[in-house]
Write a protein that binds this ligand. Sequence first.
Ligand code: NAD
Ligand code: UGA
Length: 466
Amino acid sequence: MRIKNICCIGAGYVGGPTMAVIAQKCPDIQVTVVDINEERIAAWNNEDVERIPIYEPGLPAVVQEGRGRNLFFSTDVDTAIDKAEMIFISVNTPTKTYGIGKGMAADLKWIELCARQIARISRNDKIVVEKSTLPVRTAAALKEILKHTGNGVKYQILSNPEFLAEGTAIQDLLHPDRVLIGGDIETKDGIEAISALSDIYEKWVPKSKILTTNVWSSELSKLTANAFLAQRVSSINAMSELCEVTGADVTEVAKALGMDSRIGPKFLNSSVGFGGSCFQKDILNLVYIAKSFGLKQVAEYWEQVIIMNDHQKKRFAANIIRTLYNTVSGKKITVLGWSFKKDTNDTRESAAIYVVDHLLNEEAEIAVYDPKVQAEQIYKDLDYLESRNKEANRLNLNVTNDPYEACKDSHAIAVLTEWEEFKTYNWEKIYENMLKPAFLFDGRNLLNIEELTKIGFVIKSIGKPA
Ligand code: NAD
Ligand code: UGA
């Protein structure tokens, strides 16, 4: 089966970049990315391609190349579904905030709405691709919904989880470690659907990297991959606390570990805690699934990854308070970096939100600088926690576009995102304009301790001897 039209429902951090790359690599396929969020679609269509809604290195050029040729962004979901032979579902699947499974299970409301819309609109056979991260066995529910339309349309459901990381999305999409396609490998129609999707990726991904499994393995592999990655961060963060009390240095420990080829060097950077829209949500979901099958030990094992991460964020904030003579009330503390990692404007579950919330509870006055995150987003993130009223958040936290202004007259600086530009600052000038002792809490082990200590800063790093 040759695919000529693709529809992707969800123009977010996954749908947008993924479809832009498919459009680039398959100029003979028309790719339409649809979303109910009008503002977001308008931003994807912004004439100035640098102002698309997602900051991701390399993305504007890829969008520019395809937009108007074979890449379209639209709010007309029905038309795009009708026209497509293949429909990707790439909508959000956040943690449920109500009812059964509140705070744990994935909220599949948007997934189900997509399925019902596809069922309502479709007039010819479709391949439906799960791109969103979903609990294992979601495809069975989708199948049920699509089966009962009574209009003779046949559906194949594939699972094709996305492994891109934000900040490196384009490189990850262009050179994936693997592409995973789960489908009905026992039927002719299933195999045909898998090969239709595989043909698309084969335009730029070596066939040896395209892995085919049954649907359940594919769905579960995605949750497992995120759990393993997050577990590595929590493991090294657990060691960072032990390093601080024993005189070991977590960077040296990580290096020694990483040189063991069975362990490998990546993803061993100790930090203020992992953030992002997925690690926490996917592990909570995994824990919920394990619990719902009565697998108590499995659930508890993975839950520890989250417990450790929460502990790391809390102890970072507590360390600031303790170091500043047990009170930050009325003291100016500067936060450098708000996004959950460098090279993205995404702030979902960023450690910065929780560290700052803690400091605001202690009546600190916060100044924030982030090269890509807007003030509006920062206030929105804090308001969402409902720790205090909106006015108090605006009164006690100030966002500035100038890092030097942000650091002026402050008692302490906390580096919470590893933006490269922080390394290039004139730290002497920053030091001169701060109150003394000038404390610097490096939540990413980003800065050069030796140089900064020479300038006069008192530095507190993660996992380093005091
Ligand atoms: P996102 O919130 O950025 O985008 C989702 C979009 O879907 C939103 O713009 C929303 O308006 C739209 N949407 C929701 N329901 C809709 C509907 N019924 N019709 C049309 N549009 C609808 O989310 P994201 O970060 O792109 O994540 C999407 C999925 O991909 C999630 O399941 C996530 O776990 C997974 N994932 C995310 C990443 C990542 O780096 N962000 C990586 C891999 C996988
Ligand atoms: C992660 C996975 O890496 C992707 O494979 C996956 O597709 C994606 O989740 C998803 O499903 O959403 P992402 O969250 O974008 O990608 O970014 P990561 O690079 O994984 O970083 C996650 C968090 O862990 C960040 O806050 C980062 O700063 C932190 N981290 C990462 C560390 O603290 N130390 C490390 O060594 C690595």
